[in-house]
Design a protein around this ligand. Structure first.
Ligand code: UDP
Length: 421
């Protein structure tokens, strides 16, 4: 996790003032004043790979720099645990899934064991943010906790597979609040629900400006042709990201227009299906020399940054998407995004304005060719995309919403104490 290593917290925050404006940082400092010293714990299921880890790596140092005692803990378990939680993930995104009692028991037991391991910190914490279903059952094992517990769902839960949601709801119901990325993801729950969209960190290795030479270097490094447009999708190898659909779109579009495709992915330690999907992708790519399927290490942030900058068009043809940080990242680099017409992508890609929303490989192919033939429009869309991210999806806005939520929960707790509940 990036820490405010060099110099003071003020220096660290000062760097964000340069990116987001001094007023924004002052506002954050004011909001954080009543939260100084608050013990805040975030729990998820992996330190690397996927959007949640990406966000926590950046959010935690900022919360610390604002004076909170913020920590990040991880729940981990056996392959059976990840099999179960991946099924939860798929079911929340609508896939009919049957999960055996034995897997559910592994899930419950892993949460019980983790609750025991973390009991001292979790029971005393003022705020606990539980990310996604993997650690959701921790709260039920800590009946004497004193702080506020918030379930943060990053998944497109708009149309969950009901039997699995019914099971998960049992663990989520006792929380003090929950957070979803979009209003349509919210579910009937007996506590306040907040809508907070995720964000990117403009200063991170993934998103900061890079020297031109570093961007140029990726052609040689990954065997790309510097004279051909690059169509890029960065994603875990997951069926909901539809990498095989992207290959179909590419093959259709490339029949008439010269271009190359880069699929850049890695493995998240909490995703047991990655290897099978990667195999499907390699099969679909065949021996087409224009298709580059990359398997990158989880810390390849600068390489992904360079690929996004070198790309002509960024694609994120997901079939379901909680938010899609890869969309935000591409837009931040001034690229139009051709995205699946679903979930969080709709929040970012405004059809015809910051990119195109598509539903099929054919639609994606059409839009790829359309943009490659209109370079001026492509540039304009990319610039609008960048501005849209600057105004809506930077980490400073995200942090402000987290602080406001914490303040509101803290105030409710104080009012309760005053009236003697
Ligand atoms: N990512 C990465 N390496 C990869 C694939 C993805 O670092 O090989 C990053 C990507 O840049 C983004 C995050 O992982 O920051 C993925 O977040 P997103 O919201 O797009 O999807 P999720 O994986 O959370 O479903």
């Amino acid at each position: 996790m990036e820490q405010p290593k060099h110099g003071t917290n003020a220096d660290f925050l000062g760097r964000y003032a340069t990116a987001a404006g001094t007023g924004v940082i002052h506002h954050l400092q004011q909001l954080a004043e009543p939260l100084k010293g608050a013990r805040v714990i975030h729990v998820n299921s992996t330190r690397e790979g996927g959007g949640v880890a990406e966000i926590l790596q950046k959010l935690l140092p900022l919360k610390q720099a604002l004076g909170m005692d913020a920590r990040w803990e991880v729940i981990s378990g056996s392959p059976a645990f990840y099999e179960c939680t991946k099924s939860f993930h798929n079911a929340l995104q609508g896939t009919q899934t049957s999960i055996t009692d034995s897997l559910l028991e592994t899930y419950r037991q892993t949460n019980a064991d983790t609750a025991e391991r973390l009991r001292p910190v979790l029971e005393e914490a003022d705020f606990v943010f539980i990310h996604d279903p993997q650690p959701a059952a921790l709260l039920a094992h800590l009946p004497t906790r004193r702080g506020k517990w918030i379930w943060r769902c990053h998944i497109d839960a708009s149309r969950p597979y009901r039997p699995v949601w019914k099971y998960l709801k049992k663990w989520v119901t006792p929380y003090d609040a929950s957070i979803f990325s979009l209003p349509e993801f919210a579910q009937p729950l007996p506590h306040p629900q907040y809508i907070i969209a995720p964000s990117i960190d403009p200063l991170s290795e993934k998103n900061r400006d890079l020297p031109a030479a570093e961007v140029d270097n990726i052609y040689e490094r990954f065997g790309l042709d510097p004279d051909l447009p690059i169509i890029l999708q960065v994603s875990r190898y997951d069926r909901f990201k539809d990498p095989v659909g992207v290959i179909r779109a590419f093959k259709l579009a490339a029949r008439l227009t010269p271009m190359q495709l880069v699929l850049a992915g890695g493995e998240a330690t909490d995703d047991p299906e990655g290897a099978a999907v990667l195999h499907e992708v390699r099969q679909a790519a065949g021996d087409d020399p224009r298709i580059h399927v990359l398997l990158l290490p989880s810390d390849a942030h600068r390489a992904i940054n360079a690929l996004q900058r070198a790309a002509t068009i960024v694609v994120q043809k997901s079939l379901r998407e909680g938010f899609g940080l890869t969309v935000t990242e591409g837009m931040w680099k001034g690229k139009p995004v051709i995205g699946g017409d679903t979930g969080g992508i709709r929040l970012q890609v405004f059809d015809q304005y910051t990119g195109f929303l598509v539903r099929t490989p054919e639609g994606a192919a059409l839009r790829i060719r359309y943009l490659l033939q209109r370079r001026r429009l492509l540039e304009e869309m990319g610039q609008r995309a960048k501005r849209f991210v600057a105004e809506n999806f930077l980490i400073t806005r995200h942090l402000r919403e987290y602080l406001t939520l914490q303040l509101s929960l803290q105030q409710t707790a104080q009012q309760r104490m005053m009236v003697g509940h």
